[in-house]
Design a protein around this ligand. Structure first.
Ligand SMILES: Nc1nc2c(ncn2[C@@H]2O[C@H](COP(=O)(O)OP(=O)(O)OP(=O)(O)O)[C@@H](O)[C@H]2O)c(=O)[nH]1
Ligand SMILES: [Mg+2]
Length: 558
């Protein structure tokens, strides 16, 4: 008689076997009931859920758009203490070579790079080599170049540190002469010479002309030359490679960290009085900084929409790009940039597809809204709305999330794609959507008209308070200064300008991206918007330049 396995009769190993066997059997039988397409869709769905989970948990992905790295420049090599020794010349002159300078660190935006995942977390430039006898100078440490994608913003964070490797001692002594050197006045005189001559930018007359303050002057010069500037005073690295991808000229590499200066060999300390200098100096230490790298993809147009609105389908229809499309939310997990030729292929524009936004994305719901950094610099936003859903509330959600990410981003020039025009009731939805969008735009423009006129503060004009122009631009400082001088009542305070400008009413285009219907109108509208925005930017730049030329002719000529 067959008995069902009970806990009394089955060993643990057998129970494990049965469990695995039944599970396998049960799952295959469920799948076998489904037809082939459904099976495929089920499998794809489960794969997608897994990859979305993966992304949500931030575990491994080879697209990285922010990163904090540590960068160290090289330490200078030490100078050498040696004396020439030749046949018939046992006591030759000093012959120690100088140390090589430490390696510098450069950053270069590189076309073709699209992610920061290749940038190593800790970058150390080579140290300079020590000098050698026979006046052989040490080789400079090799520089390091950090390649970043165009559009990267590099900011220094935290405090600078010196890379101290061998204690603080500035001197290298001839073997067994350390104590003797330290005790002699010669070393002190040599220190003075280092201060005076090593920089080779300070002349003795110059030092003397500083009278009583010459010690301070000297100290300052030395600090500069020895690369030992008080670290707090060094301007922090702040680079924005946003223009790097726009024209074809290669962007020049930017020096972000200088290596330490090489030490001086003992011939440097030989004078008519000191014939046998038994000391040389060590190289200056390198510097360690922390950098925050943030990649903001450069595209002319950013596609924004709820998940599943059809953004990727639209990008497929209008460009050669082939982003993944599927009927579930968060198909797109990373930004994807496509190129679209327009005006009979005479011009091209770039369009970035990003993951879908949902209500509360600014509180990190869904995939959060951090990937909005990839459309932050887009000149035009293309809002993709699903006519089959509730396009108006979707539009408001998107605007709210855009505004929460960056003030004014929601008021940027838009092209609105009313997608899925093939669904039922889409016509009525489209008519209502267009009406409401126009009303909202009119309201926003009225706000701009209602804002108080902005008083321009011109520091260069006589009679106004003499701040430097940059300071005056920072409204807060300006206002504070006025209050301090008791002038805030007299001078009309500049009103805070709304952080957006007038834009034409967004055009709403009914589209069926799946079938490619209406997409030519989208390309045309996008092209026109991009051209107009570029032109407006040019005009703005030209105006600013003209204004600067008028205000500061000396600087421009100089
Ligand atoms: N009926 C209809 N379905 C469409 C249309 N355009 C796209 N779809 C479907 O909508 C679904 C989602 O499309 P996607 O392009 O992946 O949407 P998405 O906005 O990129 O989605 P996420 O990447 O998740 O943000 C897919 O199943 C498409 O086939 C359309 O014009 N009509
Ligand atoms: Mg997508």
């Amino acid at each position: 008689m067959l008995r069902s396995p009970t806990s009394a009769t089955v060993t643990p190993a057998a129970r494990r076997f049965f469990t695995v066997f039944y599970r396998h059997f049960a799952s295959t039988s469920i799948l076998c009931n489904e037809s082939k397409p459904e099976l495929d869709s089920l499998l794809r769905k489960s794969k997608a859920t897994r990859s979305a989970d993966y992304k949500l948990n931030q575990r491994g992905t080879n697209f990285v758009d922010t990163r904090v790295i540590i960068v160290e420049s090289g330490t200078g090599g030490a100078g050498c203490v040696s004396f020439a020794r030749e046949k018939y010349r046992p006591k030759g002159p000093p012959s120690g070579g100088n140390g090589g300078a430490g390696g510098n660190v450069w950053v270069i935006p590189t076309k073709g790079e699209t992610s920061l995942h290749k940038v190593p977390p800790h970058i150390i430039a080579d140290d300079g080599q020590t000098g050698q006898g026979d006046v052989m100078h040490g080789r400079a440490g090799q520089d390091i170049v950090i390649k970043v994608p165009p559009g990267t913003v590099v900011t220094e964070i935290g405090t600078r540190e010196k890379v101290i490797k061998r204690g603080q001692d500035m001197w290298v002594h001839y073997p067994n002469f350390e104590d003797e050197n330290e005790a002699s006045d010669l070393l002190r005189a040599a220190a003075h010479r280092v201060l005076l001559e090593a920089p080779s930018i300070v002349r003795e007359e110059e030092v003397l002309s500083h009278g009583n303050s010459r010690e301070r002057f000297l100290a300052k010069k030395i600090m500069e030359a020895e690369n030992l500037k008080p670290l707090g005073e060094t301007p922090k690295v702040n680079l924005d490679f946003s223009d790097a991808g726009e024209n074809d000229d290669p962007f020049p590499p930017q020096l972000i960290l200088k290596g330490g200066r090489g030490g001086l060999g003992n011939p440097f300390f030989q004078t008519p009085d000191i014939r046998v200098p038994r000391y040389a100096t060590r190289g200056a230490p390198g510097t360690r900084i922390r950098l925050h790298l943030e990649l903001k993809t450069l595209a002319d147009i950013g596609l924004v929409g709820l998940p599943n609105a059809g953004k990727s389908t639209l990008l497929r229809a209008i460009s050669n790009a082939k982003p993944e499309v599927a009927a579930y939310a968060f198909t797109t997990l990373n930004p994807y940039v496509g190129t679209i030729p327009y005006q009979n292929a005479q011009k091209v524009m770039t369009v970035a597809d990003i993951p879908g936004l949902i209500a509360g994305a600014s509180d990190n719901r869904g995939l959060g809204h951090s990937f909005l950094r990839h459309i932050e610099r887009a000149k035009v936003l293309c809002m993709v709305l699903d006519l089959g859903g509730d396009p108006w509330s979707a539009y408001l959600t998107l605007k709210k999330e855009l505004g929460a990410y960056k003030e004014g981003l929601d008021k940027r020039r838009q092209v609105i794609v009313a997608n899925k025009a093939d669904t039922e009731g889409s016509q009525a939805a489209y008519a209502e959507l267009s009406k409401k969008i126009r009303e909202l735009w009119e309201e926003e423009m009225a706000m701009l008209d209602a804002q108080p006129p902005v008083v321009e503060f011109n520091a260069a004009k006589p009679g106004t308070i003499a701040f430097d122009r940059k300071e005056a631009e920072e409204m807060d400082k300006f206002e504070k200064a006025l209050t301090k001088l008791g002038l805030d009542e007299e001078v009309k305070k500049p009103a805070k300008k709304l952080p957006w400008k007038k834009v034409p009413c967004p055009i709403v285009i009914p589209v069926c991206a799946m079938k490619g219907q209406g997409v030519s109108r989208v390309i045309e509208a996008m092209g026109r918007a991009v051209d107009e925005e570029k032109e407006a930017e040019e005009v703005e730049k030209r105006k600013l330049k003209e204004k600067e030329e008028k205000e500061f002719p000396m600087i421009i000529q100089g």
